[in-house]
Design a binder for this molecule. Structure first.
Ligand SMILES: [Zn+2]
Length: 274
């Protein structure tokens, strides 16, 4: 067979293949896949709402391992307050959009006004943990934590414009202020775990949007009394009593650390978290 004839036959074969495969490709999803890709590039309704109150980066679908993962996730970097001031989420938090939106609204509507009562505007939130594929409290084989669904945030502290860092579990922060904050966070989120919940949340607050039957919520955050503050004021009480030149009862023996003049050893921060 002449080479020209072979070439022509080859072209005919290619044309036939193209003609026969095109309808099949359409039938098996090439066109729908293209539409899906375009749809993925469009921001979700949640992200459109979030863009009005925060600055964030949309993330690709978080997939696995195992049950872990989330769709419509974002990297939440800043929350914009009503006066256009920005609150930094540090480090930026990986959250599904609905969770990011609730965090943004909490900061805007509840935390920012509360911060003003402490003397300065809100400027930052310390993110202790957001998306992480693990069991509750890092126990292997335990129920998947909401962190594994990008549906949880661990908050350690807030930062104010005057440089002050407000640790949410610090007993020296006014108790009524912490109680009010607990009320706001428990109203918004379905799970809130803090000091007194399970021993793993003594120095941070866990919040998530877990869905439970009947909309059941968990609000376990014991707002503690400033015990150490009472010990610190003891010398002042003694001085006042001495000025009155009246007999006063002997002070109670103090802990060894205080007697030696040293500060009590700082507790190890817990690494077990929901
Ligand atoms: Zn947590």
């Amino acid at each position: 067979m002449a080479p020209e004839t072979c070439r022509v036959k080859g072209l005919v074969v290619i044309a036939l293949v193209l003609c026969t495969t095109e309808p099949a490709a359409a039938q098996y999803g090439v066109v729908p896949a293209t539409k899906a890709t375009e749809a993925e590039l469009q921001p979700s309704a949640c992200q459109l709402r979030l863009a009005k109150v925060a600055m964030f980066k949309p993330l690709p679908v978080l997939a696995g391992p195992g049950e872990c993962g989330a769709v419509d996730a974002v990297l939440l970097e800043w929350v914009i307050l009503p006066d256009q001031a920005k609150v930094a989420v540090a480090p930026p938090a990986t959250l599904r959009c609905a969770m990011a939106e609730e965090v943004a609204l909490w900061l805007r509507e509840d935390v920012a006004p509360a911060a003003l009562k402490l003397g300065a505007p809100l400027r930052g939130l310390d993110n202790f943990d957001s998306y992480e594929c693990r069991g509750r409290n890092r126990v292997r084989g335990a129920t998947l934590s909401e962190h594994g669904r990008a549906n949880a945030l661990d908050v350690r502290a807030l930062r104010l414009a005057n440089g002050e860092v407000i640790d949410l579990t610090d007993v020296n922060v006014p108790k009524h202020w912490r109680e009010a904050l607990r009320g706001s966070v428990c109203a918004r989120f379905s799970t809130v775990l803090g000091p007194g919940s399970d021993g793993n949340h003594e120095e941070h607050i866990h919040v998530d949007l877990a869905e439970r039957r009947g909309g059941y919520k968990m609000c376990q955050w014991e707002v503690r009394e400033p015990v150490k503050q009472a010990e610190k004021t003891e010398p002042d009480a003694e001085a006042k009593a001495a000025k009155l030149e009246q007999p006063v009862p002997l002070p109670r023996p103090r802990p060894v650390a205080s007697a030696a003049g040293g500060a009590p050893a700082k507790k190890m921060r817990s690494h077990l978290r929901w």
